[in-house]
Design a protein around this ligand. Structure first.
Ligand SMILES: O=P(O)(O)OC[C@H]1O[C@](O)(CO)[C@@H](O)[C@@H]1O
Length: 185
């Protein structure tokens, strides 16, 4: 297959995910983000890269958003939200993080393929995305892509959709957000 045919196949796979995401779950996440004082994101590997991109856009909206583990990331408190992006919901470094956020009376949201996972059971808000986890052995979901790639792409597109929804409700546009874009780069 040619490279662009693979690209077309990826877009087809992504297109099929759209109708498999529950709008009510997305709305709960939007509502909780907008009611939170601080919003933290966490994820491992490529899943982590996607939620980092989400944190950047939230910051540009004026939301106090942080990436867990960064040098200047502050403490999580009771009015705060931790959003975890994890296909499996079982990634070892993320489970104690979710437990700690709960023990500090914060809220936990997970965007995942596996609501019944360990982190899914801890979370207050679950958004289930379709896709195949990084270990595809027992996955019923068909994708030509390796490991969690389809989930990771869906996560990025879903997060961008959440941003658009929040921009709409906060009456923000690209120009107002651009004023918060990094200018020391
Ligand atoms: O999304 P999960 O299940 O937490 O897994 C994250 C891991 O999967 C990968 O994204 C690979 O598919 C890795 O980069 C990372 O280590």
């Amino acid at each position: 297959m040619r490279t662009i045919e693979y690209q077309a196949e990826i877009i087809k796979e992504l297109n099929q995910t759209v109708n498999l995401i529950a709008d009510e779950e997305a709305d709960k996440l939007v509502d909780r983000i907008l009611r939170s004082k601080k919003v933290f994101v966490a994820g491992a590997g490529r899943s982590g890269l996607m939620v980092r991109a989400f944190a950047m856009r939230m910051m540009q909206m004026g939301i106090e958003a942080y990436v867990v583990g960064e040098t200047v990331t502050p403490n999580l408190g009771k009015d705060d939200l931790l959003i975890i992006g994890s296909g499996s919901g079982e990634t070892k470094s993320l489970v104690p993080m979710a437990e700690k956020a709960k023990s500090l009376s914060g809220s936990v949201a997970i965007v995942t393929i596996s609501p019944e996972s360990t982190i899914g059971k801890i979370a207050d808000i679950i958004v289930k995305l379709p896709g195949s986890p990084k270990d595809q052995t027992d996955s019923g979901y068909k994708t030509i892509q390796p490991m969690g790639a389809l989930f990771e792409q869906t996560l990025l597109v879903f997060c961008d959709a959440v941003i658009l929804k929040m921009m709409d409700s906060q009456k923000l546009d690209s120009n107002t957000m651009f004023s918060r874009h990094a200018n020391l780069e």
